[in-house]
Design a protein. Structure first.
Length: 251
């Protein structure tokens, strides 16, 4: 079943009507070639609710859908995960965003670290963020998320640490972290956390002073094992561990 996102103001529960506008109109009519009566699902990107509806009208600028029922099961994780990703080379960020959204990330914050090869000026950064946000939305549709994870403007490491200051739990996978006990302890401490920050370095890893700054701010260095992982692997590995833990906690 195809899944779409609309603004909350486009959902009229009492009238059992939902309006779809923008680029999705062309996609529904000319790419998917959906017909009157065909079923689709819609989310408002905020509440986590899924609205099941049928196509009622195929207009020029909008699709009118008949609301059939509301699926209350929330597909979102019980804690919000914020991925602070050091800027990687080439198109790796696109892959990271796509897979992170599938794994349940709540927000992605690109971070310009000391060893990041990629440097974005203001003009390039705005263009990149817009593209990355589009990738987040596409991945949210594909995985039937209740929200579209936001991709924040690029931050410095100092700004990123400050942004994460009040989050319940913060960790930074680091190749020089010793043993898995700290990792086990960190995962065990997540019970009841509402938001979790994960810091991932770029290809060259974090500079020593960045790790020191993170530790001084209460961010826990953890190990992901004895092997050195690529930047695009490290974040997704951490998110996979968190997804499993959060969704099986209490079972």
């Amino acid at each position: 079943m195809q899944h779409f996102f609309v603004e909350p103001g486009q959902i009229f529960e009492k009238e059992k009507k939902i309006l779809i506008t923008g680029n999705d109109v062309n996609h529904i009519k000319n790419v998917l070639r959906m017909k009157i009566g065909e079923e689709l699902s819609v989310s408002d990107g905020q509440s986590g609710r899924e609205y099941r509806c049928g196509v009622a009208e195929l207009g020029e600028d909008e699709i009118v859908c008949e609301l059939r029922f509301i699926k209350e099961d929330n597909v979102e994780l019980p804690a919000k995960i914020y991925l602070f990703q050091g800027l990687p080379k080439a198109d790796k960020m696109e892959l990271i965003i796509q897979k992170a959204v599938e794994l349940g990330v709540y927000e992605i914050i690109p971070v310009a670290t000391k060893r990041a090869v990629v440097k974005l000026d203001e003009k390039k950064a705005k263009s990149k963020i817009a593209r990355w946000q589009g990738i987040s939305e596409a991945a949210a549709k594909q995985s039937k998320r209740g929200i579209v994870p936001n991709v924040r403007p690029v931050m410095t490491m100092k700004e990123a640490i400050l942004y994460a200051k009040d989050m319940d739990s913060k960790a930074i996978p680091y190749e020089l972290a010793e043993g898995m006990q700290a990792t086990k302890d960190w995962i065990a401490s997540l019970a009841g956390c509402e938001n979790i920050a994960v810091f991932i370095g770029p290809e060259g890893g974090f500079a020593e002073e960045e790790i020191e700054m993170a530790v001084e701010s209460g961010i826990c260095p953890v190990s992901l094992g004895k092997r050195i992982l690529r930047t695009e692997t490290a974040g997704l590995t951490t998110l996979s561990i968190l997804m499993y833990h959060l969704e099986t906690e209490g079972i």
